[in-house]
Design a protein around this ligand. Sequence first.
Ligand code: AMP
Ligand code: MG
Length: 391
Amino acid sequence: MITFDEALKIVTSGDVKPETELVGFKSSLNRILAEDVRSDMDMPPFHKSAVDGYACRREDIDAIMEVVEMIPAGKAPGKTIGKNQCAKIMTGAPMPEGADTVIMVEDVEELEKNKIRYLKEKVKDNICYRGEDIRESEVVLKKGTLIQPQHIAVMATAGCVQPLVYRKVRVGLISTGDELVEPEIKPDISQIRNSNAYQLIAQIERMGALGIYYGIALDTEASTREKIVASFRENDIILLTGGVSMGDFDYVPAVLKDLGVEILFKSIAVQPGRPTVFGKKENKFVFGLPGNPVSSFVQFELLVKPLIYKLSGYAYATMKFKLPMAKEYTRKKSTRLSWIPVKINENSAVEPLEYHGSAHINALTIADGLVAVPIGETCLKQGELVDVRQI
Ligand code: AMP
Ligand code: MG
């Protein structure tokens, strides 16, 4: 049995060279940029008014000014502003020549036709200057960025409509277990519904990777082998659930070995998820995750996700929040690093949730995150600061 840190190191060590492809920027959410994005123009591209108002010369703001034209957004100004002149201007419209200030429409009194007077003394310039946000050919997004909606806005602004991204990682999924039926079926007395496959596909797809399902393998060597062989052909990672413990019908590790997979670990000092198996064959990776749903969920978060991100070209670091425990949490044994589901309450304190162990999947439905109880510790004290790992 190895520690979690050792397991994570094994899973994420080694060099990878992910392939790249061009995609439309509109469908690039959750992909990883494979090159820097540069802007093809200044932003703003011209000096523009930041408010609705009157563009004028600062030195004239105490005078009565003549309105010489109106400049809506999207129109080029036609006139130069001279002494005691101004142009009515809308937010986002280009500044006219000669003007260096925009007085806000709220602070202006309209006198007779085409004459105005500014009602205040001081004035800000109220101009967004050309290039103040982005300079032409400046790098606006870095290689390795995980594309979120705000990055899509920047690509649109910069004219990057076909970003180069890393190829989607393909993850093959196999559930094992004679007791499993698919969710559409009402299980009979000895059966349960397969929840792991669909949970894992959702976890994979949330990351922007591809989850490909190969169905349920029976608890026989032949059936397990057939599914693994099929999934090996088409995927970067194969995830199996179930069949990795000490039961008489837990064939997964033996079949993997027989197929030439080098098993790098098969037991980790983590709860839930002790019998997690990890192996490698050529440039493909295999996880045998324990069948209990909380175990497969947690081990995906802890070990599979970092590998998927690594193969996707993303330098992933978990987002953690340090928050105080709302009440004490205790456990009896402390031989494994344990992960407990928690909720963050209205005082931003961490409430451990009622949790009966690794089969209790509905405990996760109201959880905001997981908190680790380290090896050797049996207690998290009230008020103690803990790292909450968001799920
Ligand atoms: P195993 O790891 O195969 O010994 O399974 C451990 C427990 O998880 C057993 O109670 C299984 O019935 C349950 N289990 C295994 N696979 C699944 C699955 N795909 N969905 C839900 N529960 C499962
Ligand atoms: Mg089983």
